[in-house]
Design a protein around this ligand. Structure first.
Ligand code: NAD
Length: 260
């Protein structure tokens, strides 16, 4: 029997089969969960729907997390269709590409707000709606990166957003813990995805991360997915407010992606 058998969960942020959320999907499905998905716009629906159907998804609906009305409609549909929710994975981020390429000190108010809104506030907005459908034992996980706690070249505004996301994880965990709901973040090492292509010199970052890590290699989306499935499951019933690194040990090693 899988560790997520009998549980219903939302996986937000699949764009294609390279997405970290897709690695999470495969692990959760293998462990027995019934899954629901969002997609951002019609373009992505064409990619997401067949993927979701291949894992027998019972819920596939549009959701732009920057739009409160869409958020309300999406979670109302979850309630109508499923009634209750056991877990939610938030694997969503966005920043204006130019704001990551330019010097961080040049970031505009608009770009700062956009990155924080989609990459950090959206987790809080999803959590507040998802929590209403969860009872004792509910679990939420978001995806973060080391750039939240270190100044990683090329990551600028996204690092600031991840710092807000990690702090939000702790405050959500404190709030929702009173309802028996756990909130954690997984800090993944670099993985080649659509979102990663916006990060300046990502290839170099991957090389340095592999070289500086304890395992001497980067991680796969499957490894991130397996750890996330554990955090979503009752095996992690005593774990909340945590940032769990899945980065081959890079963050505690001597290596640094910013140093030659
Ligand atoms: P990805 O491009 O596959 O996923 C990003 C997702 O965000 C996409 O599905 C996209 O549709 C969604 N998204 C963006 N704006 C949205 C909006 N307004 N409404 C709804 N959805 C929106 O890339 P990924 O690397 O799998 O990213 C997933 C998460 O993992 C992100 O939070 C990212 O920062 C984080 N992360 C990635 C890496 C990496 O190296 N790839 C490392 C650590 C953390």
């Amino acid at each position: 029997m899988g560790i997520l058998e009998g549980k219903k969960g939302l996986i937000l942020g699949v764009a294609n089969d390279k997405s970290i959320a897709w690695g999470v999907t495969q692990a959760c499905r293998r462990e027995g969960a019934e899954l629901g998905f969002n997609y951002l716009g019609e373009m992505l629906e064409k990619r997401v729907r067949p993927l979701a159907e291949s894992v027998d998804a019972t819920f596939i609906e549009p959701l732009d997390v920057g739009d409160d009305t869409q958020m309300d409609v999406f979670f109302e549909k979850v309630e109508q269709q499923w009634g209750k929710l056991d877990f939610m994975v938030h694997s969503i981020a966005f920043a204006n590409k130019d704001s990551l390429r330019d010097r961080f000190s040049n970031v505009s108010r608009e770009d700062f707000q956009l990155a924080l809104d989609i990459s950090a506030y959206s987790f809080v907005a999803c959590a507040q709606r998802a929590a209403k459908l969860m009872g004792e034992g509910g679990s939420m996980v978001t995806m973060t990166y080391l750039g939240a706690v270190r100044a990683v070249p090329g990551y600028g505004m996204m690092g600031v957003s991840k710092a807000a996301l990690e702090a939000s994880t702790r405050y959500l965990a404190a709030d929702l813990g009173t309802d028996g709901i756990r909130v954690n973040a997984v800090s993944a090492g670099p993985i080649r995805t659509l979102a990663a292509s916006a990060v300046g010199d990502f290839r170099k970052l991957m090389e340095k991360s592999a070289r500086g890590s304890m395992l001497g290699r980067n991680v796969s989306q499957e490894e991130v997915g397996n750890t996330t499935a554990y955090l979503l499951s009752d095996l992690a019933s005593g774990v909340s407010g945590e940032v769990h690194y899945v980065d081959s040990g890079f963050h505690v090693g001597a290596g640094d992606p910013g140093v030659e």
